[in-house]
Design a protein around this ligand. Structure first.
Ligand code: GLU
Length: 479
């Protein structure tokens, strides 16, 4: 039945176009410009052979460039067997809108390699990654000023470090070589806080949403994040960090975790750290002792909760299950987890969806900071931190002197002094920049949602803001 209904669904690429079309129908763009923005500029397919385990293995990879209204273009590289041109193009298009919405000065791009990374040893993956990077770099599809990849599903700091090193080897005199890719480990030109960035962005997005009682009421909810019941699908990098911060810092309760081998549920709240450790040790959640196991994990997308966080693959909420999803608020930590068909069903039901292009933009936002750091060749905070601390110390000393001289009897609490006297390091600055970005982007999107009668959802509002900015950029170029 589910499969039957899924057959009628548009592909991921078509889903993105449907959502785009719904937004441009409300805009006053010339048809030519509309078409120019929608289409993918180019998709490069590469097939390369690597000699491994005594035989030549051929791999297929893609790098798609959706829009070059700003350069470099930006977007991750995904390693998964399901990677295909349609998916890479949909993801590249989403990157264009995502970057525009959070004001990261990039065009949109995405890459992918058809591979199951778990099938290969580390040294083999390195060989494959270096070869893929070589193929892309020699065509400027990896380049600090033209195309800057980053991690995505199946890739992380390790792969980014290999890519950066490969680019260095091919461009020995490029002083900005480190800026050719983001998501590198901090000891190899990366930035503090990039690994947690997408999950942290999901947390900041929810915090901002809950600062607006009218928006919260539109989802049929009230109050703050404290005590809210959350179901997370996918406890990978994004889902894990989002769940960890929401539970540990905002008082939310993680009542369900969905993984490849089923789901676990505990309405009293799961211990995120313990679940994560269990998955790392046992490869799944199946025998986790502290919760109820549900073999058909997808069923838990329909679990009673306040907030549903799909943080894994695209298309997990589709025509076959959308009407049974009970969460009044969905935040799309993954790219494209709700199909265009499901989006319509949920909109009619009154479910509020915080859309992917906003919700998971924390990753590319911190990538932007990393890229700027690489180009400026200096860590954030290095020049100003001690100066900031010295000035704060002056105030504290003056207050203490006044209190003593005037016999006012003031004493500053040790907690205040400790916090106030500590200047911001790179991690604090990255978090502050990310928080600011998420707040401002939410406000731009929500303002359109609230102000326009013809806009009933945040996704359309997000598209309107993003497309408007991309269009302005094309117009400024004379298009
Ligand atoms: N792959 C991430 C995304 O989908 C990050 C992209 C980046 O940092 O460039 O947004």
């Amino acid at each position: 039945m589910t499969d039957q209904s899924r057959l009628k669904e548009p592909s991921f690429r078509e889903s993105v176009d449907i959502m785009f079309n719904r937004a441009v129908a409300l805009m006053d763009l010339s048809p030519g410009l509309e078409e120019k923005i929608r289409v993918c500029n180019a998709t490069y397919t590469v097939r390369f052979g690597v000699r491994l385990r005594g035989a030549i293995h051929t791999f297929t990879g893609y790098r798609s460039v959706h829009s070059e209204h700003m350069e470099p273009v930006k977007g991750g590289i995904r390693y998964a067997m399901s990677v295909n041109q349609n998916e890479v193009e949909a993801l590249a298009a989403l990157m264009t809108y995502k970057c525009a919405l959070v004001e990261a000065p990039f065009g949109g791009s995405k890459g992918g390699l058809c591979i199951d990374p778990r099938e290969w040893e580390e040294h083999e993956l390195e060989q494959i990654t270096r070869r893929f990077a070589y193929e892309l770099a020699k065509r400027d599809l990896i380049h600090p000023s033209q195309n800057v990849p980053a991690p995505d599903m199946g890739t992380g700091e390790r792969e980014m470090a290999w890519i950066a090193d490969q680019y260095h080897r091919m461009n020995t005199t490029d002083i900005n070589a480190n800026a050719c890719v983001t998501g590198k480990p901090p000891h190899a030109g990366g930035i503090q806080g990039r690994v947690e960035a997408t999950g942290r962005g999901v947390q900041y997005a929810l915090q901002e949403f809950f600062r607006h009682p009218g928006d919260v009421a539109a989802a049929g909810l009230s109050g703050t994040l404290d005590g809210k019941r959350v179901v997370v699908q996918g406890l990978g990098n994004v889902g894990y960090h989002a769940a960890k911060f929401l539970a540990g810092e905002d008082g939310a309760k993680i009542v369900g975790v969905i993984e490849r081998d089923g789901a676990i549920v505990d309405d009293g709240g799961l211990d995120v750290e313990a679940v994560r450790k269990w998955i790392a040790a046992h490869g799944g959640v199946a025998d986790y002792p502290e919760a109820t196991h549900v073999a058909d994990g997808a069923k838990v997308l329909e679990h009673e909760c306040d907030i549903l966080i799909p943080a894994a693959l695209e298309g997990v909420i589709h025509l076959g299950n959308a009407d049974r999803v009970k969460a009044p608020l969905i935040i799309e930590a993954a790219n494209g987890p709700v199909t265009a068909g499901a989006d319509e069903v949920l909109r009619k039901k009154g479910t509020v969806i915080i859309p992917d292009m906003y919700a998971n933009a924390g990753g590319v936002t911190v990538s932007y900071f990393e890229w700027v750091k690489n180009l400026s060749h200096i860590r954030f905070g290095r020049m100003g931190r001690r100066q900031e601390e010295a000035r704060h110390l002056l105030i504290v000393m003056e207050l203490e002197r006044l209190s003593k001289d005037k016999e006012l009897g003031w004493t500053l609490s040790p907690h205040f002094k400790e916090k106030y006297l500590k200047g911001a390091g790179e991690l604090e600055l990255v978090r502050s920049g990310l928080d600011d970005t998420m707040r401002i982007a939410y406000q731009a999107m929500a303002e359109v949602w609230r102000a326009r009668d013809d806009v009933s959802d945040l996704r359309t509002a997000a598209y309107l803001v993003a497309i408007d900015r991309v269009a302005a950029s094309y117009r400024a170029k004379g298009l």
